[in-house]
Ligand binder design. Structure first.
Ligand code: 5RP
Length: 224
């Protein structure tokens, strides 16, 4: 019986098949992506480098000798590899458990294909069981808490070492529980318009085209 960590290793390695020789690869953030980055080191001489979605992933890539480019210095990226906190049967996701959702959405938007790598615990029927991460401008926090309450959600500021967590972009995060997101596209469009929202962790406009799901019987490929 494979552990969750072993399932992450399995899908991290399986994602190598989507890395195109000579190209720049988009790289997400999180424990599953860390497995992918470690596997990517084995073919680092065959790629041009990476565009990274967080300081943490950048540091890991550089430590393994993989060059990291600024998103502004490259054009369209062929493939973006990232994990998810939840993924549904259409490839829509909740992301941001690792606090990197804004840069993840930017790199995903710059990429032609989003390949999601996840263990089977992440597959859901309806998004919302996992607390929805939302990056916010701090002065709008309490107003946004009230906005989410009107949708039936309870929003809490994410805290680290007793202080509000500060993202790579210098902003704060809300984690919203109690939501059932039946129409991810409409939900993302609506929340995106609220003043003070930097990024909502629903990835419906930037959904995955493929998910490599780590299951007890091996890697299952879901195409959307
Ligand atoms: C980080 C993310 C991650 O992709 C998501 O939290 C999944 O992480 P993990 O692979 O550690 O379960 O969105 O912001």
């Amino acid at each position: 019986m494979l552990s969750q960590d072993e399932l992450k290793t399995l899908v991290g390695q399986a994602a190598l098949q989507y890395v195109l020789p000579g190209e720049i690869i988009g790289v997400g953030t999180g424990s599953t992506v860390n497995k992918f980055i470690d596997a990517l080191a084995s073919m680092k001489d065959g790629i041009a480098g990476a565009v990274s979605s967080s300081v943490a992933s950048t540091e890991r890539l550089l430590a393994l000798g993989i060059p990291v480019f600024d998103a502004n210095d490259v054009g369209e990226i062929a493939v973006y590899i990232d994990g998810a906190d939840e993924i549904d049967a259409r490839g829509c996701m909740i992301k941001g458990g690792g606090a990197a959702l804004t840069r993840e959405k930017i790199v995903a938007a710059q990429s032609r294909r989003f390949i999601c790598i996840a263990d089977e615990s992440k597959l859901v029927q309806t998004l919302g069981r996992y607390p929805l991460p939302v990056e916010v401008i701090p002065m709008a926090t309490q107003r946004l808490v009230r906005q989410f309450a009107l949708l039936g959600g309870q929003a809490k500021v994410r805290v680290e070492d007793g202080q509000p967590l500060v993202t790579d972009n210098g902003q704060h995060l809300l984690d919203v529980t109690g939501l059932q997101i039946h129409d991810p596209l409409a939900f993302e469009s609506e929340v995106n318009q609220w003043p003070g929202i930097v990024t909502v962790g629903v990835f419906a406009h930037q959904r995955a085209q493929v998910c490599l799901l780590g299951t007890r019987s091996g890697v299952q490929k879901l195409a959307f």
